[in-house]
Design a protein around this ligand. Structure first.
Ligand SMILES: *Cc1c(COP(=O)(O)O)cnc(C)c1O
Length: 431
């Protein structure tokens, strides 16, 4: 027998046939079978608490019963599955709910542009649109920013490993230091202001300034509201569009529907994906201020802009969670519980720092090695959790926003215990 078929492991097929590019799955020997709420089950019947949530694509948990029922009814009634961008009742239902519960209460005049169903495609569309609106090429993006893997979005992404795979020169972007990049003593917005104001600063007039208010992949660096406001002012003063990439930080992850809501800024463009469908279905969009909505018909196109199943669940998500402020209030309570638990974790680790905000928080434990040991120990105890940051040094909690209190506390106690054990092991190894 060839050796590659004799491997008894249930993950043998993946090792044998799935590309080496696979990543998250490498942390598990399990094959997952089902999921509900904040928990997954594998084929052997083990259950896991999910503190990853599809990287914030499952903010409302797995298989929300109301979204599931609406989707099943849609399919059972022969509702369209794919509709290009045809008018469908499902799309109307989503747009009406989004207008009524999200845009209008926030006084946003933005139009909704559906893009291809990945976050990267929404970012591509945003960059193209900003360049079209301004007639300029250059885009300002920030250190540790993450915007996706296609060439335009990758140009704006900081991570060297991902950039290295581009195979061509990534251009059209000027990199600037994010808030806090040089520590508390340097205001990087003023640094950008000075460079833009200097006619010999060497920065071409920008079409856009692109940022995440909390850098999801980049290590949970949370920008201060006053920094974001200053960046918004600079964008306006220099004729650039402000693009907020809310793909990971939006849909309630930071405690409000949009991550920038309480900052007093109105982005010209907002990109959304990940949790916008509510159910983990592929769906992406961008919000564009009415006056900048200048693409001609099909000028940015995509076959899967009409993922009708996603419209059905996205509508339920908006109506169920965002029609009043009960959910948002519950998020504030949960965020405080999370901060307190992570402070306990940080207290176990010399030099550790708390990162992020809302339900997008974590602990910078100082090294990727330690972070990976903590997450590995957590998985052994049934908690799925991942790292982020330039050295993967931040243990990052992205639990479903709907995680019941008891499961949330259990997950947090596994995390604390894993950190304690990892620290004990590190100390023993040093002796
Ligand atoms: C995940 C992510 C993207 C890319 O989305 P994909 O669906 O993976 O293409 C872009 N920006 C941010 C902030 C993200 O977190």
């Amino acid at each position: 027998m060839p050796s590659d078929t004799s491997e008894p492991s249930p993950v043998a097929i993946f090792k044998r046939r799935e590309s080496e590019v696979r990543s998250y799955c490498r942390s598990f020997n399990a094959v997952f079978k089902s999921a509900a709420g904040a928990q997954l089950c594998d084929e052997d019947g083990n259950s896991y608490i999910d503190f990853l949530s599809g990287c914030s694509s499952l903010n409302y948990g797995h298989n929300d019963p109301d979204m599931k029922a609406a989707l099943i009814a849609h399919i059972a009634g022969d509702g369209l599955a794919h509709g290009l961008d045809l008018h469908t009742g499902a799309k109307a239902g989503f747009l009406e709910a989004f207008e009524r519960h999200i845009l209008k209460p926030r006084s946003m005049d933005h139009r909704v542009m559906f893009t291809g169903p990945t976050g990267a495609n929404a970012v591509e569309a945003a960059l193209k649109l900003a360049r079209k609106v301004t007639g300029r090429t250059n885009v300002i993006a920030f250190t540790n920013g993450f915007h996706g893997m296609t060439l335009g979005a990758l140009s704006a992404t900081g991570n060297g490993y991902h950039r290295g795979a581009a195979g061509v020169t990534l251009n059209g972007v000027t990199r600037m230091p994010f808030d806090g990049y040089f520590g508390d003593g340097t205001d990087t917005a003023e640094y950008l202001a000075a460079m833009l104001a200097d006619k010999s600063g060497g920065i071409d007039a920008p079409a856009a300034i692109l940022l995440e208010t909390v850098q999801g992949e980049g290590g949970l660096n949370a920008a201060r509201p006053e920094w974001v406001r200053r960046i918004a002012e600079l964008a306006k003063a220099h004729g650039a569009l402000l693009i907020i990439d809310d793909i990971q930080a939006g849909c309630g992850r930071c405690g409000t529907f949009f991550s920038f809501e309480e900052m007093g800024v109105v982005p010209d463009i907002v990109t959304m994906a990940k949790s916008v469908s509510g159910f983990g279905l592929p769906m992406a969009l961008m919000l564009v201020r009415e006056r900048h909505d200048v693409f001609g018909p099909a000028e940015h196109n995509g076959t899967f802009r009409g993922n009708t199943h996603a419209f059905v669940t996205a509508r339920v998500a908006i109506e169920k969670f965002w029609a009043d402020d009960a959910f948002q209030k519950a998020l504030a309570v949960k965020a405080d519980v999370l901060s307190a638990a992570l402070a306990d974790v940080a207290a176990l680790i010399p030099g550790a720092r708390l990162k992020g905000r809302g339900l997008m928080q974590g602990v910078d434990v100082g090294s990727g090695e330690l972070a990976s040991q903590i997450c590995g120990r957590a998985v052994d105890q049934g908690l799925i959790i991942e790292t982020s940051g330039s050295e993967d040094q931040v243990v990052k909690v992205l639990a479903p926003l709907t995680t019941p209190e008891e499961i949330f506390n259990k997950g947090l106690s596994i995390l604390t215990d894993s950190a304690r054990r990892a620290m004990d092991a590190t100390r023993q190894a040093a002796e």
